[in-house]
Ligand binder design. Structure first.
Ligand code: MAN
Length: 349
């Protein structure tokens, strides 16, 4: 079903320098993917923190004026919670253990990536809604403009931000388009019946769960018509959370979406579902077994093991090339055929 690149992982923490001296790149993961000027580009999430000192835990937080503050705790502090490597809990507050920004890498063949020399290439968080960083950017090309939907993290919560660019040098930052708690926002790359559409993943406490929703908009900024279209499935590989990958792919059978699903052990796999071409709120088929699950060593072991997570792909006729984060630490690639994925889906699940 899925053919992994033989050169995986294609990007590791050694391939990108830290943004500041004294910092360590802990993870390069979850890239958005797009074509621009005859090259293939990844917008990589780079997660950094200061070099860790024995007995201490430290991580960066950005101030509203843009300067970075380092928060440090003593590892023996009884108020400290470190059970999840992605998080630092302290006295009822939750921080992230690393600070993520986005970095451009480009390639001539889609396999070997290097830093661009004519584009600055680093997008940092900005303002009070991005003080804990920006993550997992989807890149959709709509009306000739690249639309970046990404996770904004701060003490105010986790929401979806939008930036637009045509040249990858200047960015129109539109701010938060979907408020907390929300992430995994994938824009459809064309209008349907006169409206823009997106998939998104709100979550909260109480009834409900981590489900995929659809919404429509006249302008990509104001979203309404929210409907829940894909839920988690008890006892299965996607029992606890589901979230959209990159932009839905138009096929003759409908809109095809690659998504991630996780179970109660935080094991992240990939699956797919198919939406009606005229009414994408109607899901017509879905994976029963995963399309892809953590199998190789680099997918099973790392910063946060047992994770395959994608938010970037390229489509060439029948071939989808996905770029994915493995174990939240490295970036890999794999290909699959649209026909093969459609054959693997089941109706009525
Ligand atoms: C969340 C996000 C992703 C990450 C997965 C697995 O969905 O933080 O960035 O890859 O968890 O850790």
């Amino acid at each position: 079903m899925v053919t992994r690149f033989t050169s995986n992982p294609i990007l590791t923490t050694h391939d990108l320098p830290p943004s500041q001296s004294g910092w360590v790149v802990e993870c390069v993961l979850n890239p958005g993917a797009f074509r621009f000027r005859d090259k293939i580009w990844l917008l990589v999430r780079v997660a950094e923190r200061p070099q860790q000192i024995t007995g201490k835990v430290s991580f960066p937080v950005m101030h509203r004026d843009g300067h970075m503050q380092i928060i440090e705790f003593d590892q023996k502090d009884p108020n400290l919670r470190l059970s999840d490597p992605r998080l630092v809990g302290y006295n009822g507050h939750t921080y992230l253990s690393t600070y993520s920004h986005l970095r451009l890498m480009c390639s001539d063949d889609g396999v070997t990536f290097y830093e661009p020399d004519d584009i600055p290439g680093t997008i940092m968080g900005q303002g009070v809604l991005e003080t804990f960083g920006i993550e997992d950017c989807r890149v959709s090309l709509i009306d000739g403009i690249y639309h970046l939907t990404y996770t904004q993290v701060s003490e105010n919560g986790v929401g979806v931000g939008l930036m637009q660019t045509s040249d990858w040098k200047t960015f129109n930052r539109q701010g938060m388009i979907l408020p907390p708690t929300n992430k995994d926002c994938a824009l459809f790359e064309e209008k349907i019946n006169g409206s823009y559409y997106c998939l998104h993943r709100p979550s909260g406490h109480g009834p409900g769960g981590n489900f995929i929703w659809i919404a429509d908009s006249p302008d990509l900024l104001h979203w309404g018509g929210h409907q829940c279209i894909l839920r988690t499935r008890e006892g299965m590989w996607d029992s606890v959370r589901v979230g959209a990958g990159a932009a839905p792919i138009r096929t003759d059978a409908g809109w095809l979406e690659i998504y991630h699903g996780a179970d109660e052990h935080h094991r992240y796999c990939l699956g797919a579902f198919l939406m009606d071409i005229q009414d994408p709120s109607r899901v017509i088929a879905r994976s029963v077994s995963p399309l892809m699950e953590p199998e190789t060593d680099y997918e099973k072991r790392g910063f946060f093991g047992n994770v395959v997570f994608t938010n970037g792909h390229l489509v060439d006729e029948d071939t989808i090339t996905i770029y994915y984060g493995a174990s939240d630490e490295v970036i890999c690639g794999a290909t699959m055929s649209i026909t093969g994925v459609l054959d693997h889906l089941s109706r009525g699940v």
